[in-house]
Design a protein around this ligand. Structure first.
Ligand code: G3P
Length: 215
């Protein structure tokens, strides 16, 4: 399973990279706004830090506008993945990007039928938002399983990025299902490393070692 960081804050990306755990980065307009930096500048910097797919989202809602923005973004760096919303115009744009060899991440996916359409349009990645579904009492991870089942039956190449991950259980269940990628905040990535018994065990080992050093 590949791990992506879901952030546009470069210090967080550098920290994730220092653990050797970051295979790619996803951003969206809200995350760019949160970084407080100009879009293009921050995307260029992320491409220098991580050698993997970097999703940068278009903000047009018509196919022509998406194509214009996406083609410009694709010029920034070879690793740029153009993030496109899962609306009819987005599917049109995804098909054209796919014919042009531009990688796409179709985002804001909340149903398996939407995911089926994205794969048929030639999406490189599909991003089901598990946390936002859980927020409205729908099982986000069940959606991931449905998408994986459909993609498996038809042997689509589209990879599933489990997005809107909020906690380690989302990562655990996505991994058990064989989802290709999980994109998560740095905080969740760090939670995955932690176990209180590891900390207690290490403290005891060090205390016992100290005792062997006396006299
Ligand atoms: O990248 C989009 C997605 O991961 C957003 O997550 O927490 O805002 O629902 P969240």
């Amino acid at each position: 399973m590949k791990f992506f960081l879901d952030t546009a804050v470069v210090d967080e990306i550098r920290e994730g990279v220092s653990y050797g755990l970051v295979d790619g980065v996803t951003t969206n307009p809200s995350l760019i706004a949160k970084s407080g930096r100009p879009f293009r500048e921050v995307i260029e910097e992320i491409c220098q830090i991580v050698d993997g797919p970097i999703s940068a989202e278009v903000v047009s809602t018509d196919c022509e506008g998406m194509l214009r923005e996406g083609r410009e973004l694709a010029q920034v760096h070879k690793n740029i993945v153009v993030k496109v919303p899962l609306i009819a115009e987005g599917l049109k744009a995804t098909r054209i990007f796919s014919e042009e060899g531009i990688h796409t991440n179709v985002t804001l996916c909340f149903s398996a039928t939407q995911a089926l359409l994205a794969a048929k349009a030639g999406a490189t990645y599909i991003s089901p938002f598990v946390g936002r579904l859980d927020d409205i009492s729908h099982n986000g991870l069940e959606l991931v399983q449905h998408i994986l089942d459909i993609y498996d039956v038809y042997e689509f190449d589209t990879e599933v990025i489990v997005a809107s991950i909020r906690n380690p259980l989302h990562v655990l269940d996505a991994a058990r299902m064989g989802a290709h990628i999980g994109t998560m905040p740095l905080g969740v990535m760090k939670q995955l490393m932690k176990h209180p018994l590891t900390d207690i065990g290490l403290a005891n080992f060090l205390k016992d070692w100290e005792a062997t050093q006396k006299g």
